[in-house]
Design a protein around this ligand. Structure first.
Ligand SMILES: Cc1ncc(COP(=O)(O)O)c(C=O)c1O
Length: 395
């Protein structure tokens, strides 16, 4: 596929619309043949050509481009206010493609000191053996991130905000400026906030990463990932690598994520409403020693979060009085909160990060304390969640 034949993202008029309108309309115009309001699932590998090289709309082979995936990529680009979006088979596939597009052996990256375990594993156990060095730094400490950068050698400053599972907040605008001063890109994993709550590209970031498995998909029924960028040269590099590496989202998966995006705004507001109710329950509860939620005024990142996020999200982490055993007991006792990994779906989940999502960082500098519990607060009836959690805590 040449750049000239690349399926374009016609986004002119819709870009002026509000977030929820774009979530429903961006990336796709009703099918000219049938009027289908929803993009078909183009379950095709190849496309009839009108003579050799006469590809219709740039589609020649579905690894390079597929119309269902194009619709998703256009919608994601619009929601993140970027120029181009790219959809992948998983969040980690998106991350891997980005690394290989931007970095070379001998380069260096800075990653969060409490990055998602799988992201850390990708850097520590896959990329580093190929010659990509990394350092960790606390995203909430701009000076520490600056100190970890090796000017000219660091190619990426990688940030999650809020981080997983400690919900630390990085100041995206400040981090973008120190990354750019050193000639590095600022990459923001926006999975926890979702584009509804935070748009890093507008704050100066160069690349947004998503595990669309989470809030974008929103229904715990699809694994997917995405990249969104502003710069068209970087977009061309990613187009090449997405096709050359081939870790693309299939049309069924792209369709599911696109369907999820249509309700992202209303879901996120409800996730936030319910999370705030849960935080109220946990704060001051006898069995709880600490509640970690960026919406709390005492959270060290509260002020920055208020500046750069619309609301504070659906993830709540907390520590319990009786150490690890107590944390495991609480996880075992809930009934409405399902014990499970992942997050961002309509159903509430509870998990023990040290032994579950973050087991891959055990024994490293990213290790997690055993008394910590993470909740992905869903959109069920708030009272049911409160009763369930109070019962599990023994309240
Ligand atoms: C913040 C964050 N980034 C990236 C990923 C990886 O995404 P995936 O599981 O879709 O590969 C996850 C998965 O949990 C995550 O929580």
């Amino acid at each position: 596929m040449t750049e000239e034949t690349q399926p374009g993202i016609e986004r002119a008029g819709i870009e002026k619309a509000g977030f929820e309108t774009r979530a429903i309309r961006a990336g796709y115009e009703p099918d000219p043949t049938t009027g289908s309001v929803i993009p078909p699932i183009y379950a095709t590998t190849t496309y009839k050509q009108d003579g050799v090289g006469g590809v219709r709309g740039g589609y020649e082979y579905s690894r390079s481009a597929n119309p269902t995936r194009t619709a998703l990529e256009g919608c994601l680009a619009s929601l993140e206010q970027g120029e181009r979006g790219f959809a992948f088979a998983s969040g980690l596939a998106a991350e891997d493609t980005l690394l290989r597009a931007v970095c070379r052996p001998g380069d260096h990256v800075v990653i969060p000191d409490d990055a998602y375990g799988g992201t850390y594993r990708l850097f520590a156990r896959v990329a580093e053996p190929w010659g990509l060095r990394y350092s960790t730094a606390p995203v909430a400490d701009v000076d520490a991130v600056r100190a970890a950068i090796e000017p000219g050698i660091t190619k990426i400053v990688w940030v999650e905000t809020p981080t997983n599972p400690l919900l630390k907040i990085g100041d995206i605008a400040a981090l973008a400026s120190i990354a750019h001063e050193a000639g590095a890109l600022l990459v923001v994993d926006n999975t926890f906030a979702s584009p509804y709550l935070q748009q890093p590209l507008v704050l100066g970031a160069d690349v947004v990463v998503h595990s669309t498995t989470k809030y974008c998909g929103g229904h715990s029924d699809v694994i997917g990932g995405a990249l969104v960028v502003r710069d068209l040269t970087l977009a061309d590099q990613l187009t090449f690598h997405q096709n050359a590496i081939g870790a693309v989202a299939g049309p069924f998966d792209a369709w599911l994520v696109l369907r999820g995006l249509k309700t992202l705004g209303v879901r996120m507001d409800r996730h936030c409403d319910n999370a705030e109710r849960i935080v109220d329950l946990l704060v001051g509860h006898d069995a709880v020693t600490e509640v970690i939620y960026p919406g709390l005024p005492e959270h060290p990142g509260h002020e920055v979060a208020t500046r750069q996020m619309k609301r504070y999200g659906g993830i709540v982490s907390f520590r319990v009085t009786g150490g690890e055993q107590h944390a495991l007991d609480v996880c075992a006792r809930t009934e409405v909160f399902t014990l499970g990994e992942s997050l961002g779906g309509v159903e509430s989940l509870i998990e023990h990060p040290r032994l579950m999502t973050h087991a891959s960082v055990e024994g490293t500098e990213l290790g997690i304390a055993g008394d910590l519990i993470r909740l992905s607060v869903g959109i069920e009836t708030a009272e049911d969640l409160l009763v369930d959690l109070a019962h599990a805590l023994g309240g």
